[in-house]
Design a protein around this ligand. Structure first.
Ligand code: HEM
Length: 450
C-alpha cells in the first residue's frame, strides 16, 4: 500500500539567509522562531538550518507522527547523526530499528526499579555533602554549582566513585563532554583547529581513551555503578554488550543524563525563587522525608513533582528532536521525501495556548489530578520524547532531580528577582548564560528531618 496519498503537498518552504537559514533565529529565541514558523507556515514546513534543508514539525499532531513512527520512516541515528553523530556515535539514541531494539532490550535491565533504587541510595550522601559545601551569597551562581554537583553525582553513580580518576582528569572529561555537546549547532562541520567541531573531535578521542582504559577493571569486578552494570548485563538469551558497545553507551549516557538534569534543577530553582509560596510548599514536603529518602518516598512527593513537571514544560532540556526519513512519507497531508532531515520541535507544544491555560504562567497545579492539562493531547507534554526512543533514564532523572531539590530545600532558602528572565543559550542544550544568580541563604536552624 502506498504510504503517500495522491493528494499530499510538499511542505511550504521558508527561505532565509543562504546556508545559515533559520539557525540564528533559532539560537536567538527558539520559541519565537517556532511560533513564527507555525503561525506563518503551519505544522509542517521546510527551512534551512545549520547548512541543510530540514522539514520542521510543530504542534503535537505533527510531532506525534514522527515520534510514533508507525510506518518506520523516521530514523533517529541519521537525524541526530548530522548534529552530534561523530561524537555520540553508536549511543542508544543513535541506533535504529532492529539494532536499536536489541541494544535497548539489554540496556533496559540497567534501568529497572531495583536498579534505580540502588542508584538513588548512592545519590543521597553524595547530594547531601555536595549541597552542604555550597557557599551562599546574594549573587550565588546556581547553574555552574548545579553542573558541578551533577557531574560529581555522575562520577559516583555512573562510574563508581572518584577513585576512578583524579580531579584534574575528571575536569578534562567534563570539558570533553561540553565540547562534544556544543558541536550541535556549529556552522563549520569539519576538523578545523579552533572550531567547535575540531574541539569536539578531540573531546570524543579523550572520552574513548578514558572509558577504554577503565573497562578491564569494571569487567573484572561487578559493582553497582552504571559502568559496571553495563559491563555485566546479559539478557535471557545471553546477549551482552561488547567492549566497544560499553564505551559508546557510557559516553552517550553521561551526556544524556548530565545537562538535561542540570537545566531542570536550575529552572526549578529560578521558579521557586520567584514563587516563595511554592518554595514553602515544597520545603514542607522535603522536611517530612527521612534523612536519606528512598525511591518510594520520592515517588510520594506531590508539590515537588508538579513543580518539576512545570519546569520541564517551560524549559524542555531537549527542545528539538532530530530525525531523517529513510523513505518517502506523509505528515498531516504533506509529503516528505526520503533522506530529508526532520526537526521535531517539541518545545512549541509546551507553550501552545490551544493546549495550556495561560502557557507562559508558572502554574504547577495544572499537573494536579483534577486538572491534568498535559492529558489534553498525548503529545502535549513531551520533555522525555515519545515512541521507541523515549528517554530510558526518565525515572532515574526524576529521582535525581527530586533528591537534589529535597536536599537544597532543607539546607537553604533562596529568592530570585520577580522580573528576572534567564538569558538562555541555545547553541546546544539550553543553559542560562549568566549562570543564573539567586540570593541564597543557609537556613538558620535547619530542622532535623523526622
Ligand atoms: C531531565 C532529564 C532528562 C531529559 C529531559 C531527557 C530527555 C530525553 C529525550 C527528549 C530523549 C529522546 C530523544 C529522541 O527521541 O530523539 C531522551 C533519550 C534518552 N535519554 Fe534522556 N533525558 C533526561 C535524563 C536522562 C538520564 C538521567 C539518562 C540516563 C541515566 C538518560 C538517557 C537517555 C537515553 C539512553 C536516551 C536514548 C533512548 C533511546 O534512543 O532508546 N536521559 N532523553
Amino acid at each position: 500500500m502506498p504510504v503517500v496519498s495522491q493528494t499530499t503537498l510538499a511542505p511550504p518552504r521558508r527561505r532565509g539567509l543562504p546556508y545559515v537559514g533559520r539557525t540564528l533565529s533559532y539560537v536567538r529565541d527558539p520559541l519565537q522562531m517556532m511560533r513564527s514558523q507555525y503561525d506563518g507556515w503551519g505544522p509542517v514546513s521546510d527551512i534551512d538550518f545549520v547548512g541543510k534543508r530540514w522539514t520542521v514539525l510543530l504542534g503535537p499532531d505533527a510531532c506525534e507522527v514522527a515520534l510514533r513512527n508507525a510506518d518506520k520512516a523516521f530514523a533517529s541515528g541519521d537525524g541526530w547523526g548530522y548534529l552530534v553523530g561523530p561524537f555520540f556515535d553508536r549511543g542508544l539514541m543513535l541506533l535504529d530499528f532492529e539494532e536499536h531494539h536489541r541494544h535497548r532490550r539489554i540496556m533496559q535491565s540497567a534501568f529497572t526499579r531495583d536498579r534505580i533504587e540502588g542508584y538513588t541510595a548512592a545519590l543521597q550522601p553524595a547530594v547531601a555533602a555536595g549541597v552542604a559545601a555550597w557557599q551562599p551569597g546574594a549573587s550565588f551562581l546556581a547553574y555552574p554549582a548545579l553542573k558541578e554537583l551533577t557531574l560529581d553525582l555522575a562520577t559516583e553513580v555512573f562510574m563508581g566513585g572518584a577513585d576512578l580518576a583524579t580531579p584534574d582528569e575528571l575536569d578534562r572529561v567534563n570539558q570533553a563532554f561540553i565540547d562534544c555537546v556544543q558541536s550541535a549547532t556549529a556552522m563549520v562541520r569539519a576538523n578545523v583547529p579552533g572550531t567547535r567541531w575540531g574541539r569536539a573531535i578531540r573531546g570524543r578521542r579523550l572520552l574513548e581513551e578514558f572509558f577504554g582504559r577503565h573497562l578491564a577493571t569494571k569487567r573484572a569486578a561487578p559493582g553497582d555503578d552504571l559502568f559496571s552494570v553495563l559491563c555485566h548485563l546479559e539478557t535471557e538469551d545471553g546477549e551482552r554488550f561488547s567492549d566497544e558497545d560499553v564505551v559508546n553507551h557510557m559516553i552517550f549516557l553521561l551526556m544524556a543524563a548530565h545537562d538535561t538534569s542540570t537545566i531542570t534543577v536550575s529552572t526549578v530553582m529560578q521558579q521557586l525563587g520567584q514563587h516563595p509560596e511554592w518554595q514553602e510548599r515544597c520545603r514542607a514536603e522535603a522536611l517530612a522525608l527521612s534523612e536519606h529518602p528512598t525511591l518510594a518516598e520520592l515517588d510520594g512527593l506531590v508539590a515537588i513533582d508538579q513543580v518539576m513537571k512545570e519546569s520541564l514544560r517551560l524549559v524542555p532540556p531537549v527542545p528539538v528532536l532530530a530525525r531523517r526519513t529513510v523513505k518517502e512519507t506523509e505528515v498531516l497531508g504533506h509529503s516528505i521525501p526520503a533522506g530529508r532531515l526532520v526537526a521535531v520541535m517539541v518545545h512549541l507544544s509546551h507553550h501552545m495556548a490551544e493546549l495550556w491555560d495561560e502557557p507562559e504562567r508558572f502554574d504547577p497545579e495544572r499537573f494536579s489530578d483534577d486538572r491534568r492539562e498535559d492529558k489534553v493531547h498525548r503529545y502535549a507534554w513531551e520533555p522525555f520524547g515519545g515512541g521507541v526512543h523515549k528517554c530510558i533514564g526518565m525515572f532515574f532523572a526524576g529521582a535525581e532531580v527530586k533528591t537534589i531539590l529535597v536536599h537544597l530545600l532543607r539546607q537553604f532558602t533562596w529568592t530570585v528577582e520577580p522580573s528576572y528572565r534567564a538569558p538562555m543559550s541555545y547553541t546546544s542544550l539550553p543553559f542560562p548564560k549568566d549562570g543564573q544568580p539567586v540570593h541564597l541563604t543557609r537556613r538558620p536552624t535547619p530542622q532535623e528531618p523526622s
